[in-house]
Every structure is written in structure tokens, then in C-alpha cells.
Design a protein around this ligand. Structure first.
Ligand SMILES: *Cc1c(COP(=O)(O)O)cnc(C)c1O
Length: 380
């Protein structure tokens, strides 16, 4: 972190960006200007290249947060007699079910426990039993818990059944290596303010060109019509259909430069993996245990169990914020947890400082005695 922010964001986005990404926004540009439009075209090309999609993929940028991209995709690519199957093991899977309900799209919910990865075998059984399903949607990193779903195996099952695969890679794209082929994806959705480390304002969809072209005229919404958005951007060489978030786009172009300068997605993934390991190991020595088994963990965000039954999260949060760190409340429904993210401009020395701050706050709040002996101490 570079001194002109109040605190380090240890959240899944918006996250702490670099000074240079924020500086890139300090220009007003015209949406009609060819220099600006070429920045847009460059971004679209680079996003497609990041998932090795140059041959047969294309990219659409969509105003709004990540959910706008998810809703645009679901609402635009399912044919009117189509049916969606959503893999749900967290809040973002549940949100896709809700989107389908709201849009009147028939949906089958494949619900899994929040602390276990979605099962490809179960998906295979469900697709055998439900030949009317045309599209399957799944979340790669379920940010609710930090769970990494076995997205390649799920994708393989979808491909074997010849259905279309929609991947919410919101919190993993740019921070974990993946290609359109490794995912067997027709549509991959992410947003500006996650692992590419830009600022909020738009989402993007990388799509197999033939799959996107087949969606012409299917959208249930005007503003979130993915095909029309793409068609206008394509025909006008980077001009957005409606007002584009120009400052956010400039910041994003800079963020892509910095991703490349870091060594690309592989290097960024390694930094996140190191951050996450260092965090979990340091937290364990302080008596904080992760919710998920180690092998199910993404390098993006970690859920920790409340250290004591009557854990006062608001006080814990405030005291960490006073020390310069903002963490995240828990989101799983089945256990009392809080979350710490490690994406963004966050490095080893930041995690070191965070662990010192947490040990101080834990001592102040008398959280440090854990394990079997704590139950013998009675209420504090
Ligand atoms: C962040 C996120 C979203 C989108 O959330 P927004 O608040 O709309 O940006 C969707 N899915 C996952 C897995 C996410 O982490």
C-alpha cells in the first residue's frame, strides 16, 4: 500500500489498487474519441488473450458491477425454450438461481453443501436425468466461503453432454491461470475490480464467438442485451452502446499493464497463493482456524471460524481498521465466520503487519486462549 489510502482493503473487491492505477483515472476523455475507443479494443483483445481465446473467442464489456455481467449473460444467451442448471454452493450460485427466477427462465438448482466442492459425478447424473437443460452455470471461486470448485471437471461433464457452460470466474480471473478450453466454457464472466486489480464500474464477458452470435435477439432486457452490446462495440471499433465508464476503463487498461509487468497471471497467482498460506499459517498460531479444508481452498479469500462463541466481530473489525486493515464479515449460512481477502496490491509485508495487528487486537479482546482449555475458563 502506498500511503494515500486510509487502510488496506482485505476484501474481495473493490480492493486495494496501486497508486498508478488510481492516477490513470485523472483524465477526462470522450466516448467518441478514437484514442479512447482503441483503449477499449486493446482491453478486449488482451482479455481474450489471457484465456487463450484469440482463435474463436471475443469479449464484451458491460457497464455495472459483476452481477450485471452475470445477469446480462443468463438473460441473453438462453433460448426461449431453454433451461438452465445452476450449481449452487454459496451466495453467488444462489444469486444466479435468483436471476433465472426473476427473468422467468426455467432453472434446476444443483445444491451442494457450502463447505464441500460441487460434484462432477452429481452433475453428470443430473444432466442424464434432465435432457431439456441447455445451459449449465457454475461459480469458479465461490467467494462466499473461499471454496474453489472443480471447474475443469465440471466443464468436462458439461461438454460430454453437449450443453453450454457459463462460468462465473468473477473472483478468480486474472488471479488464477485458466483458458477457455481448460474450462470448456462458452461464456466466462468477471469484473474490473477483482484480480485484474482495477476499480469498480464494469464487468466483462469472454465468449465463444459462435455461441454469442447465436444469442442475437434473445435478450430479456434492453440495457443488459449482451449481443447488442457486443455488436455495437464490434461495429464501432470500441464505442460502447450507452455511456461508458471512461475513468474506470483507463484505470483498467493500466491495471492490465501492471498484471503483465508482474509476470502475468502465473506470477500473480503465486503471490496470492503465498499471501493465503502465510495468512492461514499465521492465523493458526494465533488460534484462528479456517472454515474449509486446505485442499478446497482458493488463493483469493479465506473464511475463518469465529474464535469464541460470543465473538464480537464489530469490535474486532473496528480495532483492525484503526490499525489500517479492513476485513470482511462472514457470508456462509452454516457457521459463524469472518473473511480475509488477499487479492489486490497486497504483499508479504502487508500480511506480516496484519498478523501483528490481529495478535494485538486478539490480546486486547482476550481471544488468544483457544483450544480445549478455553472451554474450562467459563464466560469472560
Ligand atoms: C464479486 C462477485 C460477483 C459479483 O458481485 P458484484 O457485487 O455484482 O460485483 C459474482 N460472483 C462472484 C463469485 C463474486 O466474487
Amino acid at each position: 500500500m502506498d500511503g494515500d489510502s486510509d487502510y488496506l482493503l482485505l476484501t474481495p473487491g473493490p480492493l486495494t489498487t496501486t497508486r498508478s492505477v488510481r492516477d490513470a483515472m485523472l483524465r477526462d476523455v470522450s466516448t467518441w474519441d478514437s484514442d479512447y475507443n482503441s483503449v477499449v479494443q486493446d482491453i478486449r483483445g488482451r482479455l481474450t488473450t489471457l484465456v487463450d481465446g484469440q482463435q474463436d473467442c471475443t469479449c464484451v464489456l458491460m457497464q455495472g458491477s459483476g452481477t450485471f455481467g452475470v445477469e446480462a449473460t443468463i438473460g441473453s444467451v438462453l433460448p426461449h425454450d431453454g433451461q438452465l442448471l445452476v450449481i449452487n454452493n454459496g451466495a453467488y450460485g444462489a444469486r444466479m438461481v435468483q436471476i433465472a427466477h426473476r427473468l422467468g427462465i426455467p432453472v434446476i438448482e444443483a445444491a451442494f453443501d457450502e463447505i464441500v466442492p460441487a460434484s462432477p459425478q452429481e452433475l453428470d447424473r443430473l444432466l442424464h436425468r434432465n435432457p431439456q437443460v441447455t445451459h449449465v452455470a457454475a461459480v469458479h471461486c465461490e467467494t462466499t466461503s473461499g471454496m474453489l470448485n472443480p471447474i475443469e471437471s465440471l466443464g468436462r461433464v458439461v461438454r460430454e453432454h453437449q450443453r453450454s457452460f457459463i462460468v462465473d470466474a468473477m473472483s478468480s480471473f486474472g488471479g488464477m491461470e485458466m483458458t477457455m478450453s481448460s474450462l470448456s466454457a462458452d461464456f466466462l464472466i468477471s469484473s474490473a475490480n477483482k484480480c485484474v486489480q482495477g476499480v469498480p464500474g464494469f464487468s466483462f464477458v469472454i465468449a465463444r464467438r459462435t455461441a454469442l452470435e447465436a444469442s442475437q435477439g434473445l435478450a430479456r432486457s434492453l440495457a443488459l442485451d449482451l449481443y447488442d452490446q457486443w455488436d455495437v462495440m464490434q461495429r464501432n471499433h470500441g464505442k460502447w452502446r450507452f455511456t461508458s465508464p471512461t475513468h474506470t476503463v483507463l484505470a483498467f487498461a493500466r491495471a492490465l499493464d501492471e498484471l503483465q509487468a508482474e509476470g502475468g497471471v502465473a506470477a500473480r497467482q503465486q503471490r496470492y497463493v503465498n499471501n493465503q498460506r502465510q495468512l492461514v499459517e499465521g492465523m493458526a498460531t494465533l488460534g484462528f482456524l479456517p472454515l474449509l479444508a486446505r485442499e478446497h481452498h482458493s488463493p483469493i479469500i479465506t473464511s475463518f471460524r469465529d474464535p469464541v462463541a460470543d465473538f464480537d466481530f464489530p469490535t474486532f473489525y473496528d480495532r483492525l481498521k484503526q490499525r489500517g486493515f479492513v476485513i470482511y464479515p462472514g457470508k456462509v449460512t452454516q457457521a459463524a465466520t469472518f473473511r480475509i481477502g488477499n487479492i489486490g496490491d497486497v504483499h508479504q509485508d502487508d500480511i506480516d503487519r496484519l498478523l501483528v495487528a490481529i495478535s494485538e487486537v486478539a490480546a486486547e479482546m482476550e481471544l488468544l486462549t483457544t483450544g480445549p482449555s478455553s472451554s474450562l475458563q467459563g464466560p469472560r
